[in-house]
Design a protein around this ligand. Structure first.
Ligand code: T1G
Length: 653
């Protein structure tokens, strides 16, 4: 078997080229290949060495699929230390994404150049890990403590130009990377450049209290997660320990994390997200339709967010509303959102203007005659949706994809009102749609394969994580929310308080507990839905009596300033006696014996409710696999990724 690493001598430059598709991960063979190349270079005529990669990217990290198995020699730390120790100057030439162990390889080189389009990062924290090949010790020595901590605790890559600003990359190469890097190597040799070993540098001065500052911020932002805190410890270690002791601290903490539950769960989510993009029975090369223009019906909160998602990906959008006034209202929401993103530094003024420029508005359906796709995003009235699809069937060109953003409704019934049910699909976005990553792609009975494949590919283009769902009431996520909600009501009647239920789930890692979520969504939404149901359909009154009484008492949730909690002008929630009385009176009415309930029981029963419904959903074929459900809950419902999702947690509890 040939090595994924090639070594060639180009003049007096030894070129080490990695070719391990798809992302040049540092598999055992790549690590061995680099060591073999360094052996050859030691005794040949090369005066300097260049590490470069074939394919779409520089090394994107250690090979995550090897984790959990026996660690095979050579270990990555020995590879990077060998590179740094080289007697000949070593240059790393970066394109695509140099991530994790890949960037640590570049850090161990003595000089770094990159294409301006390249990105560098240390995303290990997203896998519940820390940079385990010298990254926590070398990065602060080059970029300083603040920048190093930012890079490692966020896990978010930065662009090549910013990397130059913080001292992590020395030179930007325009044009062909190999030719540019070889030319630069020649210049360095002409300047008698020598190996610059990063570990020999001191960490630049830093602000007093910077480490405790990061610890406090991370305790809130990454509640319950260990890796971010360990990263701070290692970087702090770099400021006062010897390099040997600093590297040892890093290795010890890495070994602990890679064997820990949190990293196992996060690695599950990494591969689950990629698996979700694969559809059983649909060939990976299924042809797709071109989507360069999209129509959005409805300029409300969802319609506006969906429009921004497409415009941000460079796709032209036509927003349709019933009146000019409503249209201006919708467009001004979008303007406010863009202004907010610029203010928070998420988007540059130029980028925001370019994206906004791709969104136009109309009150005339005829303006959708030539668009490639339409997404209906009006409120949940099945008759209105069907009326809209009939209209779209009449105006849209043949081959246009007709999608509905419904959260519950029967996509097959909607498709059936058109002459082209094969072109109809569900694309269920989550609010706020320009931020939330999840997209439930709802496959109808008649949805054509190329329509499904197009939407899965498009989801990636608009930076969403797609998960396929079959047609049922509430699809995957909202369907599971029903038993989850009902269980939360039973816990209240049996003795827990709203604050205890939410507290237990938030300590578990949920972004928000169930009762606060219901207050945010509006208790009247569920109430109205229940009014349309018979008592039989409504089921056990214990699971809805309290929210019904709250609504009838005018407590609709955050929007009315009170629901399960009272809310101040800053939306801070305060428990209140009045609600506790309604709960206790209802419990007495329904004959409940109230008792002490532990937080553990609350978590077990609520996650258990999700798990049980998830099993039914997979058994019915609504979801392809349990890991898809984990992706839905982590990216759409604030389930903690470091717990792996409700199915993973249920299977491993
Ligand atoms: N290891 C193994 N497989 C990987 C991989 C990796 N590092 N990265 C990607 N893949 C597979 C992926 O599963 C998929 O497979 C295919 O490549 C394409 O990926 C010591 C310990 C690079 C930005 O965290 O963020 O280094 O599904 O669909 O959208 O400090 O992949 O086709 O069979 O995601 O273009 C640190 C992880 C590791 C980066 C490309 N590195 N990768 O995104 O393609 S820990 C990371 C990514 C580490 C050291 C530590 C992205 C990408 P399949 P894709 P993409």
């Amino acid at each position: 078997m040939s090595s994924p690493v090639n070594y060639t001598l180009t003049g007096n430059i030894g070129v080490i080229s990695v070719d391990n598709p798809p992302v040049n991960a540092l598999s055992q063979a790549v690590r061995q290949g680099i060591m073999d190349a360094l052996d050859k270079a030691e005794n040949d005529a090369s005066e300097t060495l260049l590490i470069i990669c074939e394919g779409r990217t520089f090394i994107a990290g250690a090979d995550i699929s090897e984790f959990g198995g026996p660690l095979l020699d050579p270990w990555l730390p020995s590879v990077v230390n060998r590179i740094e120790a080289s007697a000949k100057p070593v240059i790393a030439a970066i394109h695509g994404t140099a991530l994790g162990g890949g960037f640590e390889v570049a850090l161990s080189a003595h000089y770094r150049c990159a294409l301006s389009t390249a990105r560098i990062g240390l995303p290990e924290v997203k896998l519940g890990l820390l940079p385990g090949a010298g990254g926590t010790q070398r990065t602060p020595r080059l970029a300083g403590v603040e920048a190093a901590l930012g890079l490692m605790t966020s896990g978010v890559p930065i662009g090549a130009n910013q990397a130059v600003e913080v001292g992590l990359v020395d030179k930007i190469i325009e044009g062909d990377l190999l030719q540019g890097a070889l030319a630069w190597a020649g210049e360095l040799l002409a300047d008698n450049a020598v190996p610059r070993r990063t570990t020999e540098l001191a960490v630049p001065p830093f602000e007093e209290g910077v480490f405790d500052g990061f610890r406090a911020t991370l305790a809130k932002r990454a509640r319950g997660q260990i890796a971010p805190q360990y990263i701070v410890d290692c970087v702090e270690g770099a400021t006062h320990l010897s390099i040997e002791k600093g590297m040892q601290l890093e290795r010890d903490r890495f070994a602990e994390l890679i064997a820990g539950e949190q990293s196992l769960a996060l690695r599950h989510i990494f591969f689950a997200e990629r698996a979700a993009a694969k559809i059983d029975g649909l060939a990976r090369d299924t042809p797709t339709r071109s989507v360069e223009s999209v129509g959005i019906i409805g300029g409300g909160t969802m319609g506006g967010g969906i429009a921004m998602s497409f415009a941000n990906a460079g796709i032209a959008v036509t927003l349709i509303e019933i009146s000019d006034e409503a249209l201006q209202g919708g467009l001004s929401i979008i303007d406010r959102n863009y202004a907010g993103s610029v203010k928070r530094g998420k988007l540059s003024e130029e980028k925001a203007a370019t994206c906004r420029g791709l969104i136009s508005g109309s009150t005339d359906y005829a303006s959708l005659a030539e668009v490639d796709m339409v997404i209906e995003a009006v409120f949940e009235d099945p008759d209105l949706k069907k009326k809209i699809f009939k209209k779209l069937d009449g105006v849209c060109k043949q081959g246009a994809i007709l999608a509905t953003n419904t959260s519950y409704q029967d996509v097959d019934e909607i498709a059936a009102v058109t002459s082209r049910p094969g072109d109809v699909i569900g694309t269920h976005f989550f609010s706020p749609a320009h931020i939330m990553k999840l997209l439930e792609v709802v496959r109808g009975d008649k949805t054509a394969d190329d329509v499904l494949a197009t939407c899965m590919k498009l989801a990636k283009r608009i930076r969403k994580v797609p998960v396929v769902s079959g047609v049922c009431y509430g699809f995957i996520g909202n369907r599971m929310l029903q038993p989850y909600g009902k269980q939360s009501q039973l816990l209240l009647l049996e003795g827990a308080t709203p604050a205890q239920v939410d507290g237990a789930m938030e300590n578990f890692g949920m972004a928000m507990g169930p009762l606060r979520v219901f207050d945010l969504a509006g208790l009247d939404v569920g109430y109205k839905a229940r009014q349309a149901l018979s008592n039989e359909q409504k089921g056990d009154p214990a699971t809805y009596r309290v929210p019904d009484l709250l609504v009838e008492a005018g407590r609709l949730g955050q929007k009315s300033g009170a629901g399960f909690y009272r809310y101040d002008e800053n939306r801070n929630a305060t428990p209140c006696q009045e609600v506790q009385k309604i709960i206790e009176d209802t419990a007495a009415d329904l004959g409940f014996e109230r008792r002490q309930i532990s937080d553990e029981e609350i978590v077990d029963r609520l996650v258990g409710a999700l798990f049980a419904e998830g099993c039914k959903i997979v058994a019915e074929g609504i979801a392809q696999r349990t890991s898809d459900i984990d992706v839905v809950y982590v990216y759409g419902y604030g389930f903690p990724a470091h717990r792996g999702g409700p199915m993973y947690f249920g299977e491993n509890a």
